[in-house]
Design a protein around this ligand. Structure first.
Ligand SMILES: Cc1cc2nc3c(=O)[nH]c(=O)nc-3n(C[C@H](O)[C@H](O)[C@H](O)COP(=O)(O)OP(=O)(O)OC[C@H]3O[C@@H](n4cnc5c(N)ncnc54)[C@H](O)[C@@H]3O)c2cc1C
Length: 503
């Protein structure tokens, strides 16, 4: 998988691995923005917790995103008012604006060098027939007393039909911020472990045991800050969310596009942003939004369009990442099981996790410390209202379709060329074959161990991606991204077993 600009330019952290059994009050799994922010707030009240990370700090979605900090999340306020009323819709805006303030406060308090900068955010359309949607959204914002203005030009080289501008939003370097949070925790003697994937969780007499690097972590409470919870306990979160991937192009520029961060309302989606890192301005263009593993619906002209729009020959960096969407646009933050005070989750950030993770950090901390929070109801993972939508039916039917389509797909008779992959059948079972540039063949069982869908090869990242629930694997079969915690078996090693915890 290509590294992001943030990951490429920032020295790697080196925290130890879990190498012995640990007994602790609270285990936070995942050191992305959610895990580290939860740790940051928790450390103000208690120290009996650890954070374990499968990879390096910030190497998940948090270290691969477009670094916007905003309460402007597409056309959402009108629909939030319609679904949840004015009070909760305003609460959503307030929660995100408070999150920006909290991040700014942390940055100033600890003098974190993470290029934090206040700026405007703009939601725009280039299609005249979409202008009424923007007008309705603008009216919803006005009704909610959200400071904003209606505009018709932007500083980037594109003609817009209309836009809504939110002032006082911000941007930052997410990886530098996360590394600083980890550093603050380390100075408080909170242990952080890298290269320590949790592969299973078992309950024994009210204590949870997380299995990690062949060791056991005994904990009273567990927070799955893993972007998507792999330990589901019959909550069917995979049916309440769906994974969406996008690509990001980035290149240094001498042009002056100003500080505004832009995103459009229509399809194909485009997200624009000029960001200064160590005195150099980089142009970032996000797009190519598609359901993870479903490349047929990809936006094939995305790179060409971006090049043409900005008169750029070549983008220095290109990477992709994914996030989980919910059906009512609100994340799920809180208890995994309604009547269990020990297991917590935060997921479904709908590609707006830079601020949502701050909300989650504070909210999860309130749950763990048995303190009140005004946001419990709004983000409650057990709200049924999130499921009453056509998208819920559409996405779950899509999962069923992909499941069947994968099983029935025609297989190739021949092995692939260098740098390519093919699906072949061996003893009535589907395998994926990838031939690397050194002519080495890698044959893996592409039945996803999570819930049994057939993975699809992602040519850009050279990964096998599950089109149903978004697990991703390297061509050698290692897990890159959950919810799966089990690797793809190599041919002759055996066949993948479906995760027994989900049934
Ligand atoms: C293309 C794109 C652009 C985006 N741009 C923005 C933006 O501009 N602004 C914004 O607000 N949001 C943006 N987002 C969304 C944002 O990146 C995510 O919502 C956010 O980073 C999620 O944070 P997290 O900490 O929950 O997950 P992650 O950052 O993915 O962290 C989870 C961590 O858990 C670890 N982990 C997983 N499983 C295990 C396990 N079993 N054991 C141990 N560790 C484990 C992972 O390795 C990972 O490090 C964007 C998303 C996409 C897809």
């Amino acid at each position: 998988m290509n590294a992001s600009k943030w990951i490429k330019d920032t020295p790697k952290t080196s925290y130890p691995k879990i190498e012995q059994d640990v007994y602790i009050d609270t285990l936070i799994i995942g050191a992305g923005l959610t895990g580290l922010t939860t740790g940051y707030y928790l450390s103000q009240a208690m120290k009996q917790f650890i954070i374990v990370e499968a990879d390096c700090i910030g190497y998940g979605a948090s270290g691969r995103n477009t670094c916007k900090l905003t309460a402007q999340h597409g056309l959402i306020y009108k629909s939030l008012i319609q679904k949840y009323g004015y009070t909760l819709a305003k609460q959503y805006y307030d929660a995100h604006m408070e999150a920006i303030e909290s991040i700014e406060e942390i940055v100033h308090k600890h003098q974190i060098d993470c290029d934090f900068k206040r700026c405007n955010s703009v939601l725009f359309t280039q299609e005249s027939e979409k202008v009424p949607n923007l007008q309705d959204e603008y009216q919803a914002c006005i009704d909610l007393n959200i400071p904003c203005s209606f505009i018709d030009t932007v500083q980037y080289p594109l003609t817009i039909q209309a836009g809504i501008m939110f002032p006082e939003q911000a941007k930052f370097h997410p990886l530098k911020y996360m590394i600083a949070l980890a550093d603050i925790l380390t100075k408080k003697e909170i242990a952080i472990y890298e290269h320590s994937p949790v592969t299973n969780i078992i309950e024994e007499n009210g204590t949870y045991i997380a299995l990690c690097n062949h060791r056991k972590i005994y904990a009273r409470n567990i927070v799955q800050a893993t972007q998507f919870p792999f330990y589901d306990q019959h909550q069917f979160l995979f049916a309440k969310t769906y994974p969406m991937s996008s690509s990001i192009l980035c290149t240094p520029t001498t042009a002056n596009y100003g500080d505004d961060m832009l995103i459009n309302t229509e399809s194909p989606s485009i997200s624009l942003h000029a960001f200064s890192i160590q005195g150099q301005t980089c142009l970032m263009v996000g797009g190519n939004s598609h359901k993870t593993g479903q490349f047929a619906k990809e936006d094939p002209d995305y790179v060409q369009r971006a090049k043409k729009m900005f008169g750029i020959e070549h983008f220095e960096d290109m990477w992709s990442t994914q996030d989980y969407m919910t059906f009512d646009h609100l994340p799920y933050i809180g208890k995994l099981q309604k009547n269990n005070d020990q297991l917590y989750i935060a997921t479904g950030y709908c590609k707006w996790g830079n601020t949502t993770s701050n909300i989650a950090g504070k909210l999860l901390c309130a749950y763990l410390l048995k303190q009140p929070s005004p946001y419990r109801k709004l983000f409650d993972p057990h709200r049924l209202s999130s499921l009453f939508s056509l998208t819920f039916l559409k996405e779950n039917m899509n999962v069923a379709y992909e499941f069947v389509k994968g099983k029935l797909q025609p297989c190739d008779k021949e092995y692939p060329q260098k740098g390519q992959a093919r699906v072949i059948e061996i003893q009535n079972h589907l395998y994926g074959v990838y031939r690397d540039e050194q002519d080495e063949l890698y044959i893996v069982d592409i039945t996803c161990p999570h819930l049994g869908c057939i993975c699809i090869f992602n040519q850009q990242d050279k990964t096998w991606d599950c089109p149903c629930h978004g697990s991703r694997y390297s061509y050698t079969g290692e897990v890159i991204k959950g919810p799966s915690t089990n690797r793809l078996h190599s041919y002759r090693e055996g066949r993948n077993q479906i995760d027994p915890h989900l049934f």
